[in-house]
Ligand binder design. Structure first.
Ligand code: NAP
Length: 250
């Protein structure tokens, strides 16, 4: 039986989560690839990992649902019997709106998926990884956004606020569990070329924004994955509570 470390990546069927899963598997992690509804996309990530000799499973679950989160971690327990890393990557935007147009349902869903979901997943991971609970330690990487700094006016201030919550959560949790052997860090991606922009009704956003980015281009999911996998790795063994901008200077 393999004793390779086990990583759970939420929202891993597409975009940044998929790139993190593929790269982590290449670096020796066994990966649980969470997805919300697109099983075909998750299966493609699993196929890419196994084609390179890696090990991965697909786990369906909505991080906006506490029961789904519990079941997802129980699936990881059953299949791998250990957990060494968590990437809180699942996140959503919504269509560009001013605050005076936003519905209660939109704002509550944004917070439930982006904030509550990440906090509940971290809680499940800490219960398994903390030395207080007999665990061997581990690493958590939260995916924030440069929106936390910029505020995303007239687009999605609710999304920006949810990501600012992730920044503060990262700082507090890092200090809370540092003595338990768990490191907690975050990445703030800038404009990254993934499907998320289409889900916000702006499929060309990454390309259209290029002139406003100091490096004059959007980033790739793989460029974000490089930073995430570094923070998960022993190369970052003294790094905790850090928030790294991966934004081409934006
Ligand atoms: P994406 O291309 O839209 O992919 C989203 C992924 O999350 C998919 O795998 C999707 O699963 C999954 N997902 C969506 N809602 C979920 C839920 N409720 N529960 C579980 N999984 C869910 O997104 P992305 O651009 O890679 O973004 C990943 C993270 O980076 C997000 O937190 C986002 O806020 C952050 N970020 C992105 C950018 C950017 O420019 N792309 C910039 C800053 C920060 P299905 O395939 O099943 O739908």
């Amino acid at each position: 039986m393999s004793d390779a470390p086990v990583l759970l990546v939420t929202g891993a069927s597409r975009g940044i989560g998929a790139a993190v899963s593929r790269l982590a598997a290449k670096q020796g992690w066994r990966v649980a690839v969470n997805f919300a509804s697109n099983r075909a996309a998750a299966d493609a990530v699993i196929a890419a990992i196994t084609a390179h000799g890696g090990e991965a499973i697909a786990v369906k679950g909505d991080v906006g649902n506490a029961t789904d989160i519990s079941l997802m971690f129980e699936t990881v327990d059953r299949h791998f019997g250990r957990l060494d890393g968590l990437v809180n990557n699942a996140g959503i935007v919504d269509i560009a709106q001013r605050i005076d147009e936003m519905s209660v349902e939109r704002i509550e869903r944004m917070m439930r998926v982006n904030v509550t979901g990440s906090i509940l997943c971290a809680a499940q991971a800490v219960r398994r990884m903390s030395s207080r609970h007999g665990g061997k330690g581990g690493a958590i990487v939260n995916i924030s956004s440069m929106a936390a700094i910029i505020g995303s006016p007239s687009q999605y201030v609710d999304y920006a606020a949810s990501k600012a919550a992730i920044d503060t959560f990262t700082i507090g949790l890092a200090r809370e569990v540092a003595a338990d052997g768990i490191r907690v860090n975050a990445i703030r991606p800038g404009i990254i070329d993934t499907d998320i922009h289409a889900s916000g009704g702006l499929p060309d956003r990454a390309r259209d924004m290029a002139p406003s980015i100091p490096m004059q281009r959007p980033g790739t999911a793989e460029e974000v994955a490089d930073a995430v996998v570094y923070l998960l790795s022993s190369a970052a063994s003294y790094v905790t509570g850090a928030i790294l901008n991966v934004s081409g200077g934006r």
